[in-house]
Ligand binder design. Structure first.
Ligand code: DGL
Length: 277
């Protein structure tokens, strides 16, 4: 089976366990509107957070191979959990193109905090990964990091429950220890969480800064494309393709709810090598 697909050749491949990576994708499109993108949501396997590093790495391998097979010129791992488990491996394995990942925004948080206390919201697998340890070790000297695992929060976002009593109660529970510790900065270290940034801001109050790393990632991607001579010329409008390993309706609805974009969704599960539409 040939995976060559001229219509997506030269795209920026962006992937996540589900719809969270759309928080990064929308920033890429905002900053680099002339670039084509291919977004892949691994909704057959969401959430990644409770899974083992090995299993996540295997999914990431197959998805990246799929994106490379579709002619992508760069890969953005728009998922902190996947980056924690697989970024180094992907860079070592797919050497022919830049692979950009998420790393918890400890560096900007450390520069910003005045109380010296920073809250970090992430999945269990992100905190287990070496990437987090390395980032925290490098940038958080003299800073107290209050790590908070947000069990079930990515699933609420996947379901489109962005506000309302259930999400509000879950967020209050996650944020309470961070507020109690005196944090003045909160890092969203899961790409699903920017979609609940408004209720998070409401709960922590105006004196606490909430950091969404997506704009910085999109800027970094632009710099990398320029530096490697991979940028597309600016006088055009990018085209966007969307794939999910789950239900096409789920991604279609989430895309419209979260980004206002209406797109055609294709179903594909590269981890099973099956094409269904
Ligand atoms: N969006 C993913 C992240 O950035 C996590 C969601 C999941 O658990 O699958 O970490």
């Amino acid at each position: 089976m040939s995976a060559a697909a001229p219509e997506t050749a030269g795209s920026i491949g962006v992937f996540d366990s589900g719809v969270g990576g759309l928080s990064v994708w929308r920033e890429i499109v905002r900053q680099l509107p002339h670039e084509d993108t291919l977004y892949f949501a691994d909704q057959a396997h969401v959430p990644y957070g409770p899974r083992s590093q090995e299993e996540i790495r295997a999914f990431c391998h197959d998805i990246t191979a799929f994106l490379v097979g579709r002619g992508c010129k760069a890969i953005v791992v728009a998922c902190n959990t996947a980056s924690a488990a697989a970024l180094k491996y992907l860079r070592e394995t797919f050497t022919g193109l830049p692979v950009i990942g998420m790393e918890p925004a400890v560096k900007p948080a450390a520069a910003m905090t005045r109380t010296g206390v920073v809250g970090i919201l992430a999945t269990p697998a992100t905190f287990q990964g070496r990437l987090f340890q390395a980032t925290a070790g490098r940038y958080a000297e003299g800073i107290r990091l209050v790590k908070q695992v947000c069990d079930g929060l990515a699933e609420l976002v996947e379901r489109g429950a962005l506000d309302g009593p259930e999400t509000e109660a879950a967020l209050r529970g996650f944020l309470q220890p961070i507020i109690a510790a005196g944090a003045d900065t909160v890092v969203l270290a899961c790409t699903h969480y920017p979609f609940v940034i408004e209720p998070i801001r409401r709960i922590v109050g105006p004196h606490v800064s909430v950091i969404d790393p997506a704009p910085a990632i999109a800027r970094h991607l632009g710099d990398v494309l320029d530096a490697r001579g991979l940028a597309t010329h600016r006088g055009r409008t990018g085209r966007h393709a969307f794939f999910t390993s789950g239900r096409t309706e789920s991604l279609r609805e989430a895309l419209a709810q979260l980004t206002g974009v209406r797109g055609t969704i294709h179903r594909r599960d590269p981890t099973q090598r099956v094409v269904t539409g």
